[in-house]
Design a protein around this ligand. Structure first.
Ligand code: ITT
Length: 205
């Protein structure tokens, strides 16, 4: 770190996979905490109809309890043949409280008769950055791809074993973390965030 202090941020999530990926992508110059150690803070109801609305809700809620940068990630998979579903409902596609195995099984079932290019979709990640209870900036990242008919691979999380990004032949779950992050919606959104925060830090140095 050449004597430069680490930048700190609170990631307003209880999804440990998101935290792991954010730490991997941002690297060692950042200290990233999340809400897993804060059971006292209430769950935020994701009432928004867009990723951005939900990211903003989570960022503002987290920011009222934390002195410093708070980042919220709202993300999910949009499938064209399903009119954009599961979309903002990606975590609860098979119903409230459903686990990801059930969500993936439902996606496989719904696309059973859909062939080839019709199986197109994309992952979206929207990051809302807040401070002092207000959103200061929003960052978007998207990766186009196709949904596989069956699960492939054991890496990653969520829908990774069903998604082949454009230009690749492996699913995200068949890639290393670094390979996924170089292409992923979260990697793209975080690159924009890191550039923004680094510029800000330089401007105030
Ligand atoms: P928080 O709201 O606490 O952040 P969550 O899991 O509920 O956690 P979301 O509401 O943003 O988060 O739901 C996103 C879902 O979309 C997530 O549970 C995954 O199933 C899926 N998802 C998001 N990013 C993904 C990725 O990189 N790979 C695979 N699936 C992903």
């Amino acid at each position: 770190m050449n004597g430069v202090s680490k930048q700190r941020l609170l990631l307003a999530t209880r999804n440990a996979n998101k935290t792991r990926e954010v730490r991997e992508i941002l690297g060692s110059g950042w200290e990233v905490e999340d809400l897993t150690a804060r059971p006292d803070l209430p769950e935020v109801e994701e009432t928004g109809v867009t990723f951005e609305e939900n990211a903003r809700l989570k960022a503002v809620a987290g920011s009222t309890h934390y002195d410093g940068w708070v980042l919220a990630d709202d993300s999910g998979l949009e499938v064209d043949a399903l009119g954009g579903a599961p979309g903002v409902r990606s975590a609860r596609f098979a119903g409230e409280g459903a686990d990801m195995e059930a969500n993936r099984a439902l996606l496989i079932e719904k696309l059973r008769d859909v062939r080839g290019k019709e199986r197109s979709g994309r992952f979206h990640c929207v990051l809302a950055l807040a401070k002092g209870g207000e959103v200061v900036r929003v960052f978007h990242g998207t990766i186009e791809g196709v949904i596989t008919p069956a699960e492939r691979g054991t890496g990653g999380f969520g829908y990774d074993s069903l998604f082949v990004p454009e230009g690749a032949c492996r699913t995200f779950a068949e890639m290393s973390g670094a390979q996924k992050h170089a292409l992923s919606h979260r990697g793209r959104a975080l690159a924009a965030l890191a550039a923004y925060l680094t510029r800000g830090a330089e401007a105030t140095a």
